[in-house]
Structures are given as structure tokens and as C-alpha cells.
Design a binder for this molecule. Sequence first.
Ligand code: CA
Length: 692
Amino acid sequence: MLTIFGRIVALAALVTGTLSATVPSPVPSTESDWPFHGRDQAEDRYSPLEDINSGNVQSLGLAWELQLGSLRGLEATPIMVDGVLYFTSTWSRVWAVDARTGKELWTYDPQVPGEWAFNGCCDVVNRGVAVTHGKVISATLDGRLIALDAKTGKLDWEVDTLIDRKRPYTITGAPRIAGNKVIIGNGGAEFGVRGYITAYDIDSGKQAWRFFTVPGSPDGPFEQPELEMAARTWSRTGAWTTSGGGGTAWDSMAYDPDLNTLYVGTGNGSPWSHALRSNGEGDNLFLSSILAIDPDTGRMKWYYQTTPMDNFDFTATQHIILTDLVIDGKPRKVLMQAPKNGFFYVLDRVTGQLISADNYIPVNWASHVDLKTGRPVRNDTSFYDKTKGAFVVPWMGGGHNWQPMSYNPKTGLVYIPAQRVWWRYSATNAMQFDEMVKDFEKTAGADKVFPISGQLTAWDPVKKKPVWTVDQSTLMNGGTLSTGGNLVFQGTPAGTFSAYDALTGKVLKQIQTGTGIIAAPITYKLDGVQYVAVLAGFGGATIMMLDKDAAARTRANFGRLLVFKLGGGDVELPPELDEPFGNDPGATKIAPIPEGEVARGIDLYRTNCARCHGMLTSTSMLPDLRRMPKEFLDNYDLIVREGALAGTGMASFADKLSKADTDAIKTALIWLRDKDPAQFADPSLYPMRTKR
Ligand code: CA
């Protein structure tokens, strides 16, 4: 494994041309590979490969594709080692594929119970595997960590990582390697869990240590010494004492082998409202924080909390990049993160000291971050509590979400899949999805004051400002890849896959794939051919604005692995739907809802169904219930109460809703269906989905 310093030397050698075929390369064979989640453990998602470059990317085309038989979101970053691509798809399924040809070598289906989908906030997605010690290690939606033989796909070991299977824990993140340990966290803070990460021995699967990100109660027991200090930053009473507090580490980690330090980003509070969660008291450590942990012992070296008193679902689980920067004339070992809260942080990763924090998109919840105290200076007019709501930028989806950014050491720029979105928060609605939806509808028109858009941002972490930005009509755009060929690659839910000039942001090549892309691309080289690979499959968090003609709405969402090369062919587009999913993004205005059963049914729909099936306008990749065929209504109780389709992810609601409640939802669905036949068109176009 190459150290960060070694890598910089190697890159410098590449740039100055001191490498040649006859000189033993200081660059390991992994130069052509993508061996870790972020290509290396510093997670910069930069590949020095430059065969595909800004001068010839115009001839990029499809080398091959592999259909994955999935209909929902694909978020994984593939690993490429030894000529094999390893990745995950929906329902935590694991794949091994020949990286030259796309031939399937093996797959492993961990048989996630369909009803576990109900525990997830954001689809049955998974962001990938770790490959090491001849094993492929990945986590399952229902909280297991599994190790497979990399050659055969046979199960080596499996452990249950959950402390309580009755709580709505899910795992969607990729495990990371630190020394001889594999580390995994989990998600679930939206619905009430207590966050933690666990380290396991790679060979045996035996648990090495566990680090809880929040205390279990104000009085202990404190499972680790750090929690005693953390507990003093929480109220004596408040919702956290029963909700679990949150702070789930559901995505980002990075590892510095020289410092032997693991960096972990933690999530939001449970519930969101600081007033409800902790009686408005205390910073609530270690929510929304970056933790530096000794992977040998599991003890914390330092922490930095990006958003004390988190009130907005401002997670710090966003992608972490480690690199070395020269700041004020001095080389610094830094950690970079653009968490949801809108500020771009540069920390000294040895000490945790804040070096800079500057907003990478418009922000109104804090005026700035005080570099002396390391704390954001809160703007009180954008702070909501039990008595008043607030209009806040960025929204709970963040200025940047899980989609990874990348750092190109040649340009010195970080390429952030950012977005400008507002949200209206109130204390009563924290965790109450239906209330949030109503507030969202009330605020319709605010987009005129503050236009919503995606924004690819090239950020200079030394000069602390953007060098270029590209506005995009879609939100939650795909992760970015940077290459030595002066390129930035990114896909979007509109189905486009683009190559940008890394220095100017000019679009050099755009390919319409016909499938919404949210995952991050990778690149690798085999037998002298450089490839760029990306998973295409729309899903994940489904509250998003989409172009009317975005592929995610207009075409069948068949999950595929797309692999490109110079001189490749065209991408075949999936079939077009006769009627696109969802309505116009702004079309939340429907006819006045009659009082009584319909209104009650719509309220229940919002609370129980909208999270997966979309709000009153479906922008989801899951079936639009207003357009379901007669067959669905005929078998309504069988599906909704008896769980006939539980295997697809449609769990029974019998333990959550009374028969009168599910009947009210049915009444509302029929009313919505009949309300505007033109709008909701021919239900036969939306066959009942019995496949997951
Ligand atoms: Ca969250």
C-alpha cells in the first residue's frame, strides 16, 4: 500500500516524466486498478490514468454493458482488482464481473428480507464492497456484514452487526479497511436509532471493538470513556433518551496508514429538532462530527463537530478526502469534507484543528464559522424551535449529500456534486414526514426567490473559493471521478453521463444513457485499454426535482453497469414509458381535498406511503399507487394487510395501521385516481410489480 506521501512523489514523477518502462515503477500495480472504495484509502477518487483525456474524450463510447435485473437505485462504486469488477446492486446483492468483457463470474444474494425495506429512509441501495485478503466484504440492508471468497463468491463468514434488531437500523454504506480490520457503521437516525461503528477482524469476522457515536443515556453505562464527556452535552430528559439519539455513521470513512488513524463522519440527531431531542440544550456530541479513531484500540484521538446542536439533518457523513496541501507556505496533512451544512472544511488531520471553513453554496443558517472557536456562528432567524418554523438553506438533503466528490492533485481542485435547495423546518414536523410535505407545499413559490438547482462545483481548498461551477436542472446528481487526463466525469438523474474539462468546467462529451445515474464512476486500465465504468439505476432519496424529460421519469429504470472506452459504440436506451413517472416538479397543487375519509386517507398516505411511493406527485421509481391496475385494488388487503408482496419490499401494515386506516388510504387512492383521468392516464401502463 502506498502512503499518501509516496503517492504524491509518484504523481510528481509522472508529471515530470521521470518514470519509464525500464525503471522500476514506484507506483504499485494498482495504478491501473481501483482497489479501494475511493480508489485509495485517502479516498480522493483521482486516477492518474490519462489515455482518455480532454483532447480525445469526444470519441468515448460504450465498450460493454451488463444488465443487473434491478429496478431500483444503484449507488455502488465498483472495485477493480486483478481484472475483476466487484460491486453491489439492490438488496445488497454482490457481483464479480470480468472487467474486460462484462462476463458475470459470480453473484451472491444475501437474501435480505423484503420487509426490511420499510426500515430504510432511502431505498434498498448499497454503496459497495471492500476487497482484501482474498475476500469480498460487504454489508446487507438488514445489518449483516458478510465476507465472500473473491474467487468463488462462497460465503466465508457472516456476522450480525446490529445491537437491536427491533430498531429500524439499515446498512447501505461500503465497509472500509484499516490494517487487519474491517469497519462498518449503519443508518436509521431518521426513525430512531443509536449510532455506532464496529471493527471486525478480516480473517475471522470476530468483533474487535465498537464505538458508539452518542451516549445511551445521561447516566451511562458508558460503553467507552468518550461517552462520559459526550453525555454532558445532552439534556437530562428529551426525546433522545428514547429515540436513541441518532449520529449514525452511514457512509464516509477514510484511513491514513502513516498516522494509523481512521476518520469517520457521523450523522444527524434523532429526532431532527434540537428542541424536541435535547430540550434545546447542549451540543449533542458526537452528532454531525468527524471522528479520528485509533483502529487498533477503537479509542478516539480527536473529534470535530461541524454542526453543534444539529437542527436540520445536517449530517457530516459526507465523503472525506485526505491529502497534503500547502497552506500559508506550510505543508499540512489535511482532511477535507463538504458536509450537508454547506461549508467546506479543511482540518489538520493530525490534530483535528480547523484550518478553514467556507461556504461552497449559499447558506443562511450560520453567518460563518469562527476559526478561533471552530464553531459556526448561528443565524437566529433561520433557527426553528417549538414556537416558530424557519426557512433554511441548505435543505435536509444538504448542499452535498452522499454522492462522492473527488480531488485532482494536478489542478488542486475538489469537484463537488453540490446543490442549492431550501427547506421549511418546524419543531413539530421533525421526523414527521407528512408535516414536512405540507410545509413544503405551503412554501411553494419560494423557488422564485431562491432558485433550486444542482451545481457541479470545482472548489479550490487553498484559496477557499469556487473556480468554476455548472448549474444543473437535476438534484442529487452523481458522484464525481477525476483523472490525470484533465477530466471530471459525472452522471445525473437526467440520464446524462458527462466529461468536463477539469480546469474550465467546459462539457467535452455528453452521453445520454437513458437511465438516471446517481452513483460515482471509476476508471481502470487493462491490456493497454483505459475504461470508465458507472452503475446506472435511479433511486435512493426520492424527494427530488427532476426535468420533465429526465430519463429517471421517462424510461424504464433497468439497472445496468455501463463501461466506456475510446472508440466505443452507442448506448442502447431502455424503453420509453408512455406516461412519465410523476408530474411536473411544481405540480403539488391538486384539486381541493374533500373533508372526511379522503382527507384522512391522504394524511395517512403521506405519513405511511409517501416515503417510498412519492408524495401526491410521485417522483419515485416505485409504483405510483394512483395508477395501479384494478388487480391491485382487488387484492388491496392481501397486499397491504397480509403482506402478499413483502418479498418485494412492500411489508404488511397490519401492525402499523388499523383496517379503518388502510381503508381510508384506499379511498384516497381511488379519489386521486379518478380526480384527473388525463393526468393519471391509463393504469394498465403501470402493472403491479411483483418482482423486487
Ligand atoms: Ca439523515
